[in-house]
Design a protein around this ligand. Structure first.
Ligand code: CU
Length: 338
C-alpha cells in the first residue's frame, strides 16, 4: 500500500487501551483540564482482522476538556470533525483532507474542520472542546466509521468516567474481533462449498452502536489464498462485504489502484474481466466494493462492481495482492496447470 501520509512508524504492537488515573486536585488548587483517552481501531495479531471503529464511539466530557485518540493498528485511520457551521461540509477525499491537517491539540469549533491526517501504529492525536454541543467524528479513510463527543456544561454531571470507557473499548474490540473470526470462518466454509475458481476478496459487516454511530468489522484476506486451476480456466473474486474496497492486482502496483487497468473489459453481467497470459503481466481489477445504499432525498446509487474475473491462458504461478491491504498480509496466488 502506498501510505497516504508519512506517519511516524512505531513498532507494530497492538496498543490496547491506555488507562489514565483520575487525579483530584487539593482544595484551592484548580484542576488541570481533564482528558479522556480512547482508541481508534483494533486488530488481530496477524493484522488480517480489523475493527474499523472508534473505541468507544460515544463520549461525554465537560466544556474545556480534551480527548486523545491512540491509533492502535497497522491500518490507518483519521480523527476528523468536518465543519458544520454555517452548513455541513461536503466530505472530502482522504488525500485532500479538509483541507490538509490541523495540529495536535486543535480546538473543535464547528466553524472549521479538524483533521489528524492518516495515522497508525501507536500515534496519538488530541482535540480540545471549548464549547458545549454534540460533535460528530468521522474517519476519512473508512466510510461509516463514526462517533460522537457530547460536550456538557460544567453544571451537568458526566454519566461515565475513564474506567467505563476503558471497559467499553475492550468489550467493543473483543466483540468486533470475535465477529471477524466468525466472518473469516464463514468465508472459508463458503470457499470449501464452492468451486475452486471462486475466491472471496475480503469480507466485512456493519454493526450499529448507540449515539447514532456504527462500527465496521472487516477481514483483510483473500479467503482461499491459493487457487489451482488449468490453462483456459477463469477465476472469479468477489468482495463479500460492504464499504471496504479491495483490489486484485497482478504485477506492478499502479500509483492509483482505484480504476481498472487498460485491457480490463466488462462482462454482460457487469463483472470486470481480464485475460492474463504471463506471470509478469500487469493487471489491476480496480476497486471492488458494494455501493453505499439508498438514502431518501438523494439520487439512487449506481450498481457497483464487486466481482473480477481473470482467464489464464498459460501455465505458471501468478502472485497477486490487494493494492490497499497487502501490508496487512492480503495477498494470494493462482497456480495454473497445463
Ligand atoms: Cu484489501
Amino acid at each position: 500500500m502506498k501510505r497516504l501520509l508519512l506517519s511516524v512508524r512505531f513498532p507494530a504492537v497492538f496498543c490496547g487501551i491506555v488507562v489514565m488515573a483520575t487525579l483530584t486536585a487539593p482544595p484551592g488548587v484548580p484542576e488541570a483540564a481533564a482528558q479522556v483517552q480512547v482508541t481508534a481501531g483494533a486488530q488481530s495479531g496477524d493484522k488480517g482482522n480489523q475493527a474499523l471503529a472508534f473505541l468507544p464511539n460515544e463520549l461525554w466530557i465537560h466544556v474545556g476538556e480534551s480527548v486523545t485518540w491512540t491509533f492502535a493498528t497497522d491500518e490507518v485511520h483519521t480523527v476528523t470533525f468536518l465543519r458544520t457551521v454555517p452548513a455541513p461540509q461536503i466530505r472530502p477525499p482522504i488525500a485532500a483532507g479538509c483541507p490538509g491537517t490541523t495540529p495536535d491539540g486543535s480546538p473543535e469549533t464547528s466553524a472549521s474542520c479538524i483533521n489528524s491526517g492518516a495515522l497508525a501504529s501507536g500515534a496519538t492525536y488530541t482535540v480540545q472542546f471549548p464549547t458545549a454541543g454534540n460533535f460528530k467524528l468521522v474517519c476519512l479513510v473508512h466510510l461509516a466509521m463514526t462517533g460522537v463527543v457530547h460536550v456538557l456544561n460544567l453544571s451537568e454531571t458526566l454519566p461515565h468516567d475513564q474506567s467505563f470507557y476503558d471497559h467499553q473499548a475492550k468489550r467493543d474490540s473483543d466483540e468486533l474481533l470475535a465477529d471477524g473470526r466468525r466472518l473469516e470462518g464463514r468465508g472459508i466454509e463458503t470457499a470449501e462449498r464452492t468451486s475452486e475458481n471462486e475466491v472471496a476478496a475480503g469480507i466485512s459487516e456493519i454493526v450499529a452502536t448507540t449515539g447514532g454511530g456504527v462500527h465496521i468489522e472487516t477481514v483483510m484476506r483473500f479467503l482461499r489464498d491459493k487457487t489451482v486451476v488449468h490453462v483456459g480456466d477463469t477465476v472469479e473474486w468477489t468482495n463479500l462485504g460492504p464499504l471496504v474496497p479491495h483490489t486484485v492486482t497482478f504485477g506492478i502496483e499502479p500509483a492509483d489502484p482505484m480504476p481498472p487497468s487498460a485491457g480490463v473489459t466488462v462482462d454482460s453481467d457487469g463483472t470486470r474481466h481480464a485475460v492474463i497470459g504471463s506471470p509478469t503481466d500487469n493487471v489491476n481489477s480496480g476497486f471492488l466494493v458494494a455501493a453505499p445504499q439508498e438514502r431518501v432525498g438523494f439520487p439512487q446509487s449506481p450498481q457497483a462492481v464487486t466481482r473480477f474475473r481473470v482467464t489464464f491462458t498459460s501455465p505458471g504461478t501468478y502472485n497477486y495482492i490487494c493494492a490497499l491491504h497487502d501490508d496487512l498480509g492480503m495477498t494470494g496466488k493462482v497456480i495454473v496447470l497445463p
